[in-house]
Design a protein around this ligand. Structure first.
Ligand code: KDG
Length: 326
């Protein structure tokens, strides 16, 4: 058993990638400059948790290459425990590009170069049982289960062991249809849903997983599956959350949008941090909503992830109406 003080509060597991974000908007064929960022849903979550003052750890693989070295140094600089990151000698670090505001204004799309990447070679052997059992919260997204068979098995193992150790499990459904088909996502993720305590989702993913788009119905059916907190992100309509005891709702915050990718991870990490701080469901949803708004204002997923002090200043500026809206 790990000593209590050595136990990580939050463990996440997935693929950390290099994001090459278009400096200018429009179709990628005409973009000449790309900016390098560290990204990947679960890694973003770990950084978000660490900025909020909790111990966070990331399990995954990077290649033995310059990009792998870069990603590890970012995680370390952010205070994320990388002791369980494997440097894979056989495969390169995954990369993806972001195209912004084309063809839909303010929407971003992703282009993956990650097939056979180090991150996708995540395996059950990378999941150290005592480590995962010892955490307070284990967080994973649907992306990890879509990467490869071995990554899916690693995902199942980690979720089961976290539960065995008494940790809470949080799942962001994050179904990326560029990585797998809807029917397969449903088949693989349904068992994870029924093992999760906290679920973050949206109507598109819920339609695939539950055949439901209505937020209240989604919450009711998730609670019926044994989930204790269900959160439905509604984009421009804000978000709703529910437990068996309470319901919460927030309106979206209007801010100048640079790149929406990463907002969901900011939302999920700050929601979880707020719940870990013992705050109410309504407060957690407000904090999550504010964190998501902060992240869309810049390119890159992790750069604008807030500290508690940032959140306080931003939320105060909202109340005072000081933010200049579009
Ligand atoms: O949630 C943001 C992620 O989608 C992005 O950083 C890349 O992890 C990623 C993915 O697989 O899409």
């Amino acid at each position: 058993m790990l000593e209590p003080q050595r136990r990580p509060s939050v463990v996440t597991m997935g693929e950390i990638l290099v994001q090459l974000n278009s400096v200018t908007t429009g179709p990628l064929r005409h973009v000449n400059y790309f900016e390098k960022h560290a990204a990947g849903a679960e890694a973003n979550f770990a950084v978000g948790i660490s900025r909020m003052g909790f111990h966070a750890s990331f399990i995954g693989r990077v290649g033995a290459d310059e990009f792998g070295t870069y990603l590890l140094s970012v995680l370390k600089a952010e205070g994320v425990d990388t002791s369980r990151v494997v440097v894979d000698q056989e495969a390169p670090t995954g990369v993806y590009f972001i195209q912004r505001s084309y063809p839909v204004p303010e929407k971003s799309s992703v282009l993956y170069y990650r097939k056979g990447s180090a991150g996708s070679r995540l395996s059950p052997d990378d999941v150290e049982i005592e480590y995962v059992r010892g955490c307070g919260l284990f967080h994973v997204t649907g992306i990890t289960f879509a990467l490869s068979e071995s990554a899916r098995e690693a995902g199942y193992k980690a979720v089961q062991e976290a539960r065995r150790g008494g940790a809470k499990v949080s799942l962001d459904t994050n179904i990326r249809l560029k990585l797998w088909k809807a029917e397969r996502a449903k088949e693989v993720l349904r068992p994870v849903l029924s093992m999760a305590d906290i679920v973050f989702t949206d109507p598109d993913d819920s339609e695939i997983l539950l055949g439901e788009r209505d937020p209240e119905t989604i919450i009711t059916s998730m609670l019926g599956m044994g989930v204790s907190t269900a959160v439905v992100k509604l984009g421009e309509e804000g978000a709703v959350a529910g437990t068996r005891q309470e319901q919460a709702r927030v309106q979206a915050i209007k801010v100048p949008v640079e790149d929406i990718i990463g907002a969901g991870d900011a939302f999920a990490s700050c929601f979880s941090a707020s719940i870990m701080r013992g705050e109410s469901l309504q407060r957690a949803l407000e904090v999550a909503n504010a964190a998501g708004a902060l992240v869309v204002m810049v390119r890159g997923d992790i750069e604008n992830l807030p500290t508690p002090a940032d959140l306080q200043r931003f939320m105060e500026s909202q109340r005072k109406g000081r933010v200049v809206y579009r």
